[in-house]
Design a protein around this ligand. Sequence first.
Ligand code: NAD
Ligand code: KPL
Length: 304
Amino acid sequence: MTWYILGAGSLGCLWATRLARAGQPVQLLLRDRQRLNAYRERGGITLSEDGRDSLYPLVAETVGHAGAPIQRLLLACKAYDAEEAAASVAARLLPGAEIILLQNGLGSQQAVAAHLPRARCLYASSTEGAFRDGDFRVVFAGRGHTWIGDERQGPAPAWLATLNDAGIPLDWSDDILERLWRKLGLNCAINPLTVLYQCRNGELAGHAEEVAGLCDELGQLLHARGHTDAARELQSEVERVIAATAKNYSSMYQDVAHGRRTEIAYLLGHACAEGRRLGLGLPRLNALHERLRGLLRQRGLPEA
Ligand code: NAD
Ligand code: KPL
């Protein structure tokens, strides 16, 4: 069964190369002919791992190409691109096709699933780290773990073991929404403040009261969503991550520093919208959202 990869960026390439070297058939779906030509000029994807570069000449085609029907797809683009990317491949999906949605935050997964009612959309949450240091070049920057689950329940797919065998450490989650909400809570308590204070994660220890206030409101939100354990544990988890990643710049900090669009709409934006829907006040989160949007506006970056 071929693994189709839509979104040949950091995580998409990290998955594609590991699957290919484990002998799994992999096919990249690129946006258009220009991207396909650029890919062919490079001769494949280069994975840089533990200081060593390896070239993987994977098969690639454009997403609009009338190719074989697709049963298994990894959608590895940013949350704000997910709906459009999924739509571009919808006509090729077999009924019952399985799609792994690798987006951070929440909201994009449900939007994609609503557009593809005949597919099985599985959501993923990953702590692996990768970045691009050139076109079709990816650096494996941080070992981590990935959880996959189905919001609509159903059994774990048999091919999960294949991913572990390919060196993609992964487990099935019976409550993937809880995992995604935990990660969203963490990202909302840390990432926006690192952008506003222009600091590394560790420097947030000097803004402990503000972090605690955000954790309190995020805890209310998690509790109202029924994730009581996550709500109770959030603040200590945030403090643990701030200490453990003290020297790092958050992903949102890095996006803003490089003039890239952020996934704010699927993180803080989603938290605030969900708070409104549930009738919660959440003044600190809403104020933080406004401050962050103001900063993005000043930098000429999208506010959502
Ligand atoms: P990325 O920007 O490196 O890669 C996304 C790729 O998708 C790009 O190559 C882009 O051109 C492509 N793309 C977008 N729309 C497309 C379309 N319509 N057709 C074809 N290709 C399209 O992003 P990433 O860092 O791999 O992140 C993907 C998701 O994973 C994000 O939600 C991110 O937050 C999450 N994530 C990333 C990491 C990481 O370390 N990179 C870790 C955890 C979670
Ligand atoms: O996930 C993160 C990110 O940078 O996006 C951390 C900093 C670990 C938590 O917000």
